[in-house]
Ligand binder design. Structure first.
Ligand SMILES: [Zn+2]
Length: 235
């Protein structure tokens, strides 16, 4: 039975860095993958205007999704200024209802970046609302509440893996997806002295080393209601 997967990243390129190996693996199995980006990455250039770089980054992210035949959703919130409000929650709810996922992959609560934490936080906060008919959105309610898994943080800082996915077979596709983000490779090199492809090579190898395969990505499962109650009642 095929699975519907929705991956949501805060910036164009987050998904490619943090979970594209798993997404490619889902796609290779014939599962349905949707890649959504919450902000437009408009501050990611030293010389282009916000509109110019946002347009470029949208087309780069779209091209990366096309590498694995994923559906693509661009939410277009301002880079660095995403907040959880009634309006953003309803918009995220509509986005999730459009994708109708069994599984959502998104940023972990321990992530360093506010847009990352807000993206993951809103998804967690609206998870149960996805099926509630009295909360109206353009898209109709989902039939079941999706499971949420958190993908790794940037460079694995403050992230203890619960699950690993062997991405040795899909690592070339992950590289191909990340390579679509051409505008960022120069910028990151200058700003942070970071090479994109080296970065995913190191982190993929490191996570692979931890679980005994060549390349891996890792995940944590979000708390679910029964688990949370059990933790409170039966510590
Ligand atoms: Zn990011």
């Amino acid at each position: 039975m095929s699975v519907r997967v929705l991956a949501v990243g805060a910036h164009p390129d987050d998904l490619e860095i943090l979970c594209a190996g798993a997404l490619a693996k889902y796609a290779m199995r014939g599962d349905h993958v949707t890649m959504a980006v919450s902000t437009n990455g408009e501050v990611g250039s030293p010389n282009l205007s916000k509109n110019e770089i946002a347009e470029i980054r949208k087309s780069e992210a779209q091209a990366a999704a096309a590498v694995i035949g994923a559906d693509f959703i661009w939410m277009n919130y301002p880079d660095e200024f995403l907040f959880s409000t009634e309006a953003t929650r309803l918009d995220f709810l509509n986005m999730v209802r459009r994708a109708r996922p069994d599984v959502i992959l998104t940023h972990a609560p321990s992530d360093y970046h506010p847009d990352h934490r807000t993206t993951g936080g809103i998804l967690w906060d609206i998870r149960v609302m996805t099926t509630v008919p009295n909360i109206k959105t353009e898209a109709p309610p989902c039939e079941k509440i999706p499971e949420i898994y958190y993908y790794d943080t940037i460079a694995g800082i403050d992230f203890v893996p619960q699950y690993y996915v062997d991405i040795s077979e899909s690592f070339e596709l992950k590289k191909k997806m990340l390579a679509c983000h051409k505008s960022q490779s120069v910028w990151l090199e200058n700003q942070y002295h970071m090479s994109y492809l080296d970065f995913i090579e190191y982190t993929g190898r490191y996570r692979g080393l931890q679980c005994g395969v060549r390349f891996a990505e890792c995940f944590q499962q979000s708390a679910t209601w029964p688990k949370r109650l059990e933790a409170v009642l039966l510590p």
